[in-house]
Design a protein around this ligand. Structure first.
Ligand code: ZN
Length: 193
């Protein structure tokens, strides 16, 4: 049986702000009816209604972007059985779907073979080019200067101990990191160290 993950989404607009209480007035899009059940008075929310088209377009873009990212995360998590590919940590809340090629660059699509399931610390070290992945051996390489540092258990066990270990791969071949993307990312890492 194939199981799917669903993410419920409601579009709402921020229509008011009360800075004194640090609170916002949220208006659901459907029907544009206020919380007390009455239609919104045009005098009160005239601007909102006038700008509804623009706001709707903006809202749609935001929702699509969020869904896109959420979908990517779910697919990468599932492919990696909710483990960090480096340290194997299994706490989903501490895991991210990291892009091998950033989504701002060509080749940075939100596809599973451009993704790595990484815990927060390994995602950050990967992005900071402290850790790289050799595309041929799939071994983790820690930047030379960081290997020389002396510090507490996070550096010693969480980062330095990763040097030379292999990343954990998804079972399905098509879900595994794309070697070309890994190679491009590795070049970027080597330039840092
Ligand atoms: Zn990790």
């Amino acid at each position: 049986m194939v199981s799917n993950a669903y993410l419920p989404v409601w579009r709402v607009f921020v229509v008011g702000e009360d800075s004194a209480s640090s609170s916002f007035l949220i208006q659901p899009e459907v029907g544009m009816v206020s919380l007390d059940g009455n239609s919104i008075a045009a005098s009160m929310f005239g601007e909102v209604i006038a700008n509804q088209g623009a706001r709707r377009a903006y809202g749609t873009t935001k929702v699509k972007t969020r869904l896109h990212q959420q979908g990517f995360r779910e697919r990468v998590m599932r492919a990696n059985r909710e483990h960090c590919a480096m340290c194997r940590l299994r706490h989903k809340k501490l895991l991210d779907a990291a892009h091998i090629i950033p989504d701002s660059e060509p080749g940075g699509e939100a596809v599973v073979d451009n993704g790595l399931s990484l815990c927060k610390i390994h995602h950050a070290t990967f992005d900071a080019r402290v850790i790289g992945i050799d595309p041929d051996s799939l071994q983790i390489m820690v930047r030379r200067d960081v290997l020389q540092e002396v510090d507490g258990p996070m550096l010693r066990h969480g980062i330095q101990a990763m040097d030379g270990t292999k990343i954990w791969l998804p079972q399905r071949r098509k879900d595994r990191p794309d070697p070309e993307r890994l190679a491009k990312r590795f070049e970027h890492f080597l330039r840092a160290g």
